[in-house]
Design a protein around this ligand. Sequence first.
Ligand code: ADQ
Length: 462
Amino acid sequence: MSRLIVVSNRVSLPHPDGAQGGLAVALQAALREAGGLWFGWSGREVEKFTGSVSFEEIDGVRSAVVDLEPQDVEEYYNGFANRTLWPLFHYRIDLAKYNRSFGSGYERVNKRFAEPLHVMIEPGDTVWINDYHLIPIASQLREHGVNNRIGFFLHTPWPPTRLLVSLPYHERLVRSMFAYDVIGFQTSEWLESFLHYCQNELGGTVDGEYVTVDGKTLRAAVCPIGIDFKNFLEAAKTPAAQEIAERTRISLRQLSMIVGVDRLDYSKGLEERLNSFETYLNRHTEAHRAVVLVQIAPPSRGEVEQYRNVREKLNEMAGRINGAFAEVDWTPIRYVNRGYSRDELAALYRAAKVGLVTPLRDGMNLVAKEYVAAQDPEDPGVLVLSRFAGAAAQMQEALLVNPYAPEEVADAIHTALTMPLAERKRRHNILLEGVRSEDVHWWRERFVRMIEEAPAHIGQDG
Ligand code: ADQ
C-alpha cells in the first residue's frame, strides 16, 4: 500500500475528547492505515511567511502545517476562497466579489503551500487534495517535478457554465485542474456541469469518465461523501447525549420538535426556512402551542461581512416571528447560536419528529444523513430535505422540497408531522440502509482507490 498525503486548507488531528466530524475521523483512519501525513495551514498568522513546517503526531496521525501572513489570509482565505469561490460555487454570483488581489493572493498561497509540500512527497505516494481553497496546487506540484498520482475532491457544488464564466480568468483556474489524475464530485449534477464547461469553454472531449483538454486527460467521477455511521450511533449513547436527551424531553413536554442544524451560512437557506416556518404557523393554528422549531446555527466566517449580515437578519427574523406568535407558555422558535458536540446533536436529532434540512445549494449536507442515522427505527422522525442539496440524489425517500417556496415547505412540515407510523418506517428503512452502507469510510476507500488506479500520471502529454 502506498503512503497517503492528504492536503486541505485546515488540518484536523485526533482530539482527546473524540469530539470530531466524520470527515476528520475518516481521513485520520486512512492516514493511520497508510502512513503519510496531513498537510495544511496552521490557522496561525506570522508577520513574514517563511515556509517553515511544524510537524506533529497524535495517535498515529502525522500532520505538517505552515503559518501564513495576514495578507495571505485576507486575500486567499477570506478573499478568493470565501468571498469569490464559495458564493460562485453555490450559484450566488450576486454575492461573489471579484477582486484582482484575491486572485493573486490565492495563486500565491497555493504556490507557498506547494513549496514545502513537494519536498515531503516521496515516489509512490498517493496525494489527495481537498476542496476549493486548493484547486491550482497540483499544477504547482507538477512544476516542482512531482509525478505522483494526485486526486482532487470538491466538497461543494460545481456551478453551471453560465455562472462560472462570470469569474475572471475562469479558463486559467479550470485548465490548472488538468494537472490532476482524478477529480471527485459529490453528485452527477456537479460532474455534468464540470464536463459541460470543459467541452464548451475549453474545447475538451469526454469519453465516459475521462476528459481530455489540451492533450491532458483526467478521470472525473462521482463519489458522494457519507457520515461516520457507527461512530455516530455510539455518540448517541454517551452520558452527555443521555443528559441532553432527558433535558430536551422535560423542556418539550407535549411539544413536537422540528430541528435544524447548520453552520450560519447564506447557502443553508436559514432565512427562507424561518419564512417557511412562519407560513406553516399562519396556515396551521393547531400547531400553536404544539410545535417548536429548534434551530442551531453557530456563526462561521465572521470576518466576511455577508456572514455578519445573515446573522443580523436571522436574529431579527426569529425575534419578529416569536414576538408575533409566542404565548406566555410557548415560544415557536428556539434559535441557538452555538455549536453542540456530536453526542448532543445525536440526542437532539433523535428527539425531533422532523429534520428540516433546506439549503438553497449544498455540495452534500451531512446533517441530513446524521438525522436519519440518529432516529429510533421503531418510531422514526421524517426528513424534509431541499432538492438542491447534493444529499437529495441519494435520499429520495425524504420529503423533497424547493426551499425557495415557503408554502411547499410548510406543506411538507405538515405532512411530516402527521405521517402515519408505517409510512415513516418505510421511508426511514430505505434511507437508513443508504446512510449505513455508503458511509464516510466507504467514500474515502473508494476515492483513494480511484486515485491509486489512475494510470501512472495520465495528465502528462505522451
Ligand atoms: P459544511 O457546509 O460545513 O461542509 P455540512 O455537511 O452540512 O456542511 O455539515 C458538516 C458537519 O458540521 C456535520 O457533521 C454537522 O453535524 C456539523 N455541524 C453543522 N452545524 C453544526 C452545529 N450547529 N453544531 C455542531 N456541529 C454542526 C462542506 C459542504 C457540504 C458537505 C461537507 C462534506 O458545504 O455540502 O456535505 O463539506 O463534504
